[in-house]
Design a protein around this ligand. Sequence first.
Ligand SMILES: Nc1ncnc2c1ncn2[C@@H]1O[C@H](COP(=O)(O)OP(=O)(O)OP(=O)(O)O)[C@@H](O)[C@H]1O
Length: 580
Amino acid sequence: MAETVLLNEQPDERRVLRRAAPYLRPHRRALLVAVVVGLADSAALVAVAPLIGRATDALLGKDRGGLLSAAAVLVLLAVLQLGLARAGELLLAKAGENVVRSLREKCVENLASAPLRFLESHRSGDLLRRTTGEVAALASFVRMHLRNLVSATATLLFTLVVLFGYSWQLALVQLAVFVPLTLLVMRWFQRSAPRAFGGKAAAEATVAATFTETLNVREALQSARGLPGWLRRFDRENTAAVGAARRAIRVENRIDLVGLIEGFALVVLLLVGGWSVSRGAMGVGTVVVFVLASRNLFDSFSDISQLVGEVQTARTGLARLLDLLAATDRAAAQTPGAAGTAAEPPLRGELVCEDLGYSYRDGTEVLRGVSLTFPVGDRTGVVGETGSGKTTLSKLLCGLYAPDRGVVRFAGVDLRDIPEAELRRRVVLVPQEVRMVTGTVAANLELVHTTPDRAAMERAVAELGLEDWLRDLGGLDAEVGVRGSRLSAGERQIVGLLRAALADPAVLVLDEATADIDPVTAGRLEHALDGMRGDRTIVVVAHRPATIARLPRVIALDGGRVAGTTADATMARTTMVNAS
Ligand SMILES: Nc1ncnc2c1ncn2[C@@H]1O[C@H](COP(=O)(O)OP(=O)(O)OP(=O)(O)O)[C@@H](O)[C@H]1O
């Protein structure tokens, strides 16, 4: 069985920025300008303390000129800093938003083209949470915290330069008190943070996934009275999410201890500074610079420590996003057509499968040694009991799954060697449950690679003899409801057939909607199929006797093997009777 690519529940958070570098590279100039302006802003802020120190010395030394010039520079600095702060904030938010936007686009692109096996192996709520929740968390970090983080880090570094410039001894005393204790607290935080924050994100993703599934299975829950059991499950997951959030808060609270350490370091500074002044080893101005700059030092440290939780949340979100992008890239590389090495095959050709084998789980083959040929213009039905492998075969024939054994060829070319876009021009599947977007019929028909205009849509409707159906529905501009909820399953398949006609593939595989569609819609579907062009190969996974009766050839599957092929429908009808 081919390896199934799976998302990591708690992906590796190490070197997350380095891994994100390819997505940052296109924005590096804007990011650089924003950071430089942010650095200038911090430098202007840090320069205030030495100026006040100079003003203090001028005051104590009765130097009026010195006092006035220090005051004038202070005013200029305040105006400059205001401008720089605004510009830095705007530039950084703009550059950061652009990075988030391109990540969001890449996520949608990767998910939209992700192989079926990958999508089927994950709960849609988890995928949704990664593409909306994590991106939103990153966007809010960029909007609200990134600028503070840059300016606090720069202020911290510049302040250290100032302190060491004035008195390296006093700076060392202060750092010796402040740094080791603070690092201990930070280490304590870091030890538990990835697990606590990763666990919180994973628990929230589970709740989101179950919530999404609640909407998907609401009918079953209401009609089969499964609601209490489902609510108990939701409650368990919700409680786990609340517990995980509490653990993350407890870990985040460890950072508050830094405030206590700051107070202690200030007391030590005043004692040592006062003692140095009394011995004449240091001027009062220097102590003033130290007290003010220490405030900068502590404030920026406190800003950074307050932001550590936000940084950790953003880091976790980024790691989960990168995991999604890496996994979808890996999964896409495994899909048929990913290699895309073959010369373009002709637009019409024979579809052949040889000795196909496929398993969803190791040791349980659901298809075994299936060899079939579908000549150009062939019309074939595939029948068999439920679970005999019909849907799996149809996905393999369309290259949506790669076979574990054997090969599927179109016009003599292995589907794995045909580039994805070219493959979709040749073989198209209309699944049992056709997915639709919220909007009009036209909006749903646009979702094919040929980007059809209205005239093309109307031609396709006429070709399949569906004018009456479309008129009754309200035309191409008729609203189909949320994800097509106003249409029946059969009508959604009609839209699927229309899409297929617009895509104009050589081979169309229709996994017929189950037998319970109403006779009128069923008749329309059959009529529409008959209306398909004569040189188009049509394979129908058939559930209804009426469909079988119209097809010249029928293949029966039994336990994943071909049990028989016949040109008369007797065998097929027998299989269907057995199945029902
Ligand atoms: N995504 C999946 N993961 C694991 N097993 C699967 C998956 N899809 C199908 N199977 C299993 O593979 C077997 C064949 O399923 P398949 O859907 O191809 O049968 P089918 O003949 O189309 O059934 P039906 O007529 O009910 O649609 C079944 O035993 C099914 O349980």
